[in-house]
Design a protein around this ligand. Structure first.
Ligand code: FPP
Length: 283
């Protein structure tokens, strides 16, 4: 039984879908590229910033649903290192919305035991934004429920460069630079997400088939799920559908599927085995 069912009534929309989710095989870490705000606004002949504004509600709902389901980590791509190229007014609206979200949602995050963390090159943020972000991170730091990583001024390549530079700096300081050897564990433990398991499921909204410099190291074995839904339209149902689809995937990490249990193969009807043998013979 997942905790979401406690707040849904039988017959309510999403009840049947939520029931099909296996709580023992939940993705521990879901990462989302929230895309399509501009197009959502464009289709309504509204300014782009209206799309960003409409994107706050789905952030709130997604955090709540992940928390109820028992997902451990949710990482949201809120602002990339490339997003500075956008018009200044749009960038400023994004900062305003982030501050609005933090102020508005802090009591709810506390109530739901959500821990907030910010990942990215935060030094470059306008000082008031950084201050408010750091205050929210600090205020939720002892919560033990869902961890929400807000990726802000984030870039996957920048993150790897920062990790390698941190390793070099540490080795210079402790005098071990001449014998320094990089390995996966050392790099992973110096990423912004060092304390998190890698994402199991990467969701991208708005139908684009791109990674856009998001969590490049961490998504090595993530299952990708792209939906045509634009971010402002992304509902609890869309999230549940992504998780249901994830639970149908066969994750092999470069190996092979688990072989069928012995008793299962023994029970295969002989006719089917013969058909298989025949098929192999013909190939
Ligand atoms: C991409 O859509 C979205 C962003 C660059 C910003 C995401 C921001 C929000 C969802 C606002 C609220 C966030 C928080 C964390 C409170 P786009 O503008 O690239 O859309 P387009 O591809 O249709 O133009």
């Amino acid at each position: 039984m997942n905790a979401l069912l406690e707040v849904l009534q039988p017959g309510e929309p999403d009840w049947e879908l939520a029931r099909t989710i296996d709580p023992d095989r939940l993705p521990a870490h879901i990462a989302i590229i929230m895309d399509g705000n501009g197009r959502w606004a464009g289709r309504r002949r509204l300014p782009r910033v209206a799309g960003h504004q409409a994107g706050v509600g789905p952030v709130r709902n997604t955090v709540e649903t992940c928390g109820r389901l028992g997902v451990k980590v949710l990482t949201l791509y809120a602002f990339s290192v490339e997003n500075w190229k956008r018009p200044r007014a749009e960038v400023e609206t994004l900062w305003r919305l982030l501050r609005y979200y933090l102020r508005q949602e802090l009591p709810e995050l506390q109530k739901n035991d959500v821990r907030l963390q910010a990942i990215g090159r935060l030094d470059a943020l306008p000082a008031p934004v950084r201050k408010e972000l750091e205050a929210a991170v600090e205020a939720t730091s002892s919560n033990r429920g869902l961890l929400v990583n807000l990726a802000i001024n984030y870039g996957g390549r920048a993150e790897i460069i920062d990790a390698v530079n941190a390793i070099l700096e540490g080795a210079r300081l402790d005098g071990s630079i001449s014998s320094l050897k990089l390995d996966e564990e050392l790099i992973a433990s110096n990423l912004y997400t060092a304390s998190c398991p890698d994402p199991d499921l990467l969701i991208r909204t708005s139908g684009e088939m791109r990674i856009s410099n998001f969590l490049l190291w961490q998504i090595a074995y993530a299952e990708l799920y792209v939906t045509g839904t634009l971010w402002p339209d992304f509902t609890r149902r869309d999230l549940l559908e992504a998780i249901v689809e994830y639970q149908k995937r066969d994750r092999r990490y470069g190996g092979l599927s688990a072989p069928p249990q012995r008793h299962e193969s023994a029970e295969l009807p002989p006719k089917r085995n013969e058909a298989l043998i025949e098929a192999l013979r013909l190939s």
